[in-house]
Structures are given as structure tokens and as C-alpha cells.
Design a protein around this ligand. Structure first.
Ligand SMILES: Cc1cc2nc3c(=O)[nH]c(=O)nc-3n(C[C@H](O)[C@H](O)[C@H](O)COP(=O)(O)OP(=O)(O)OC[C@H]3O[C@@H](n4cnc5c(N)ncnc54)[C@H](O)[C@@H]3O)c2cc1C
Length: 398
């Protein structure tokens, strides 16, 4: 196993760094690196810059617009994006439905949807979870009944991230109520502007509206918008979830937070001294840094195996558990490091264009918003308890 980077890899790293230094808009970087949700207009502007560079979908096959980067180059790029505070494209199009479409979709679907994902014409959201179906997703109840060349869809999705911005939703629907749970599900691509779709906002603990409920009331969806075979949607759904979990460790973002904490510790004062001299605080930071290093080497080990052609079973679950726990510990410590300046919740001020000044230093604006939002990291993408179940089954054979 070789964990060192070649000269070509190092040259590639410099190329990515230079691109980000010259092309990443400052307003995009500012929102993202403070841990705030990047507004849609800024996110789309950044995605168009990435598309112009040909870097919108590095993992896609070259024939559909991918970059042809090696596994190592993809890793390096992800690290550079994280270090420089550059958001990756919204995952719902590029990382989720895109690969499902080019792997299982019809030629017509590939020709129509893939270019629209690359040039950010479509904003996708994910319609999997329902009020009674989260971890036990196969119990979903939203129904699609065939009527000529259409399905008629009725039911409800919930926790649909950014549905209010989306013009497309990929949905799991039940097309056979008599089959075993996993065997009666189909995968539909639905235009959010179809009559009968209603979106209701859900405000999270971070006071923001990233989550939604989506209701389907006699919504007509052309049969040609079904991906793959009828009642085989579970296969495509699982394929998509596998992609989702493998990108969730977020080592580079966590490293950036560690560096930020070290900077803050040199400035913030506590009990008459600097935070950097507070042994208890520095011990907590050092412990997280050690755990993060272990996670990084685990990820690199997996990378080396992936480059050698190995397919994974429970490994992404391990990365998800450790990565999200570290994210939560770091943002908690960030808020702690700010003392009373960590308490105000300032994010909405930015979105509303308020011009009153924040009470604390610049770096205090953002961590609370991020800390609150990331409570969800151990829930979304399959809860950490479910990941532990996967590990116990796949690795321990329980
Ligand atoms: C911020 C955020 C964004 C999201 N975005 C989307 C989205 O865009 N689209 C979408 O479709 N969904 C989305 N989700 C939903 C997410 O996928 C679900 O919340 C998740 O799968 C858990 O389902 P649930 O909320 O129904 O909890 P439940 O499945 O009801 O679980 C409740 C608790 O019980 C535990 N539990 C359940 N089953 C088991 C078991 N077998 N063994 C051990 N413990 C168990 C869980 O770990 C959890 O702690 C999002 C969620 C969040 C928080």
C-alpha cells in the first residue's frame, strides 16, 4: 500500500489550488467557509464556473462529461476544495440522480437530463423519506398508479432538502402494493411544476428553511420519466445511497475547522490568559485532531484499495460514523471557544442583508449556525445507528 503522492499528483494539486485561488468568488467562499448555507444564486454561479472549467462532475464517466481523474486526483481535488472553503456542487443532481441516470436510465433520459445537471439548468431534490419511512425506507407508501402513458402519484415526502429551490425531484414510489416491500418500488423523475405538488417549509433547529414536506395530490407523471424497470426502483435507490455515504467523511472541511480553532485559540482570552494556554481546551482539540488524522489515514487506505480495484462493503459506513462525529465535536468546540460571542445566532442577518454589526469578531459569525445544522449529520445519509447495523452485519456477521 502506497500512501504518498506522485510528482504528477502534486502538480495536479497545484493546478487545483491555483484554480480555486483565482476563480472561487469571495462571497461564495465567505458563506461556505463560515459554515453557512450558500444561497442558491451564489451556488449556481459557482457551479457554472466549475462547468466552464469542465470540473462539474469529476466522478462521471468521461463520455457523459466527467474529468477522467484518477481516484487519487479526485481525492486531492476534494481536499483542496475543503481547505480553500470551496463548496462542491449540490449533491442531488451530480452525485445522486446523475449516476443513476447514466447507469440505469434510457438514452432519452441521459441525453436530456445529464447536460442539464452539468450546466445547472435543473436543481434536483431527493424524495425518499416519508413521515413513516426513514431508516425503514422500503416501507414507503407514496403510490403511483398506472393510467395510460402516465402514473398518477399520491402521497407525501418529508425532510426534502432544498425542495423550495428545486424544479426536479427524484422519487421512490410504490407501484405494486401486493409485492414484498422492496419489490414493489419504482424510481420516478418528477417535474416540480406539475399540478398537484405542494411544498411546505420545515424550519430546523438552526432556524433555517433547508427542509420541506412535499405533497403529491393526483400528480400526473409520464411513464417515460421512470428510470429503469417498473418495481425495480429499490436496486437503483440502494446504488444511489452507496454513492451518498462514501462522500460523507468530510476530512478536509474538518481540517479547516481545526486550523480555525487553532487561530481562535491564539486570540480569544479566558481567565486572564489566552485560550491556547487553557490545557483542558487544548486537550480536547488535540484529541479531535488525533481522531481526524486516524480518519484521514483510514480514508487514504480505502483510496489505495479502491485504486487497486477493491469494492467496498461496510467501509463507507465507518467513514460516515467517524466523519460525522468529528464534525459535531469540532463545531461544538468552535462555539465553546467563542465564549459569549458564540451564543448569538447571526446567520439570518447575512441572508436578510442587515447592516448592523455583529457583536463579536468576524470569525464568531457562523459557528453557531453550523453547529446547530450539523446535529443532523448523524441522521441524514442513513443514521449512524443504521451504519453500525450495517457494520455488524457485513463485518461481524451478526
Ligand atoms: C438535515 C436533514 C436533511 C435530510 N434531507 C433529506 C432529503 O433531501 N431527502 C430525503 O429523502 N430525506 C432526507 N432526510 C431524511 C433522512 O434520510 C432521515 O431522517 C433518516 O433516514 C432517518 O429517518 P427518520 O428521520 O424517519 O428516523 P427513524 O428511522 O424513525 O429513526 C429514529 C431513531 O431510531 C433509530 N433507529 C431506527 N431504526 C433502527 C434500527 N433498525 N436499529 C437501530 N436504531 C434504529 C435511528 O437511528 C434514529 O435514531 C434528511 C434528514 C435530515 C435530518
Amino acid at each position: 500500500m502506497d500512501l504518498s503522492f506522485s510528482d504528477e499528483d502534486l502538480a495536479f494539486k497545484a493546478e487545483v489550488r491555483e484554480f480555486l485561488e483565482t476563480k472561487l468568488p469571495e462571497d461564495v467562499r465567505s458563506y461556505y467557509s463560515r459554515g453557512m448555507h450558500v444561497p442558491k444564486e451564489l451556488q449556481v454561479r459557482w457551479q457554472k464556473i466549475l462547468h466552464e472549467q469542465g470540473w462539474m462532475a469529476p466522478a462521471w464517466p468521461v463520455e457523459y462529461g466527467g474529468t477522467g481523474w484518477t481516484v487519487t486526483q479526485r481525492y486531492i481535488a476534494a481536499q483542496e476544495f475543503g481547505t480553500m472553503g470551496a463548496p462542491t456542487p449540490m449533491p442531488f443532481g451530480v452525485s445522486m440522480v446523475g449516476p443513476v441516470i447514466y447507469t440505469f436510465g434510457s438514452q432519452e433520459q441521459k441525453d436530456y437530463y445529464l447536460p442539464r445537471i452539468l450546466n445547472s439548468e435543473d436543481w434536483w431534490c431527493q424524495g425518499y423519506s416519508e413521515p413513516g419511512s426513514g431508516s425503514d425506507l422500503a416501507s414507503l407508501q407514496t403510490k403511483a398508479v398506472r393510467d395510460g402513458d402516465d402514473y398518477i402519484v399520491n402521497g407525501q415526502k418529508i425532510w426534502t432538502s432544498y425542495a423550495q429551490h428545486a424544479n426536479m425531484i427524484f422519487c421512490l414510489v410504490r407501484t405494486d402494493s401486493n409485492a414484498k416491500a422492496q419489490e414493489g418500488i419504482s424510481f420516478l423523475l418528477i417535474d416540480m411544476n406539475t399540478p398537484g405538488i405542494t411544498i411546505k417549509p420545515i424550519y430546523g433547529i438552526d432556524k433555517e428553511n433547508t427542509l420541506n414536506e412535499v405533497f403529491f395530490d393526483d400528480v400526473r407523471v409520464p411513464v417515460k420519466n421512470r428510470v429503469g424497470e417498473e418495481n425495480k426502483g429499490w436496486t437503483y435507490a440502494k446504488f444511489l445511497l452507496g454513492n451518498e455515504r462514501s462522500t460523507i467523511a468530510r476530512v478536509a472541511q474538518s481540517k479547516r475547522r481545526v486550523n480555525k480553532l487553532k487561530e481562535i485559540a491564539k486570540t480569544e482570552r479566558v481567565d486572564g490568559g489566552l485560550l491556547a494556554d487553557d490545557k483542558d481546551f487544548m486537550r480536547k482539540l488535540a484529541q479531535i485532531e488525533v481522531d481526524l488524522m486516524a480518519l484521514e489515514y483510514t480514508e487514504l487506505r480505502m483510496l489505495s484499495q479502491e485504486a487497486a480495484g477493491k469494492r467496498f462493503t461496510a467501509e463507507p459506513s465507518l467513514l460516515k460514523i467517524k466523519g460525522t462525529e468529528i464534525q459535531q465535536r469540532l463545531t461544538e468546540l468552535l462555539v465553546e471557544s467563542l465564549g459569549m460571542y458564540g451564543a448569538p445566532y447571526e446567520a439570518m442577518g447575512d441572508y436578510e442583508g442587515r447592516n448592523d454589526t455583529a457583536p463579536g469578531p468576524d470569525y464568531a459569525n457562523g459557528p453557531m449556525a453550523e453547529h446547530l445544522y450539523l446535529r443532523a449529520a448523524t441522521i441524514y445519509g442513513g443514521t449512524n445507528e443504521i451504519q453500525r447495523n450495517i457494520i455488524s452485519k457485513m463485518v461481524l456477521g451478526l
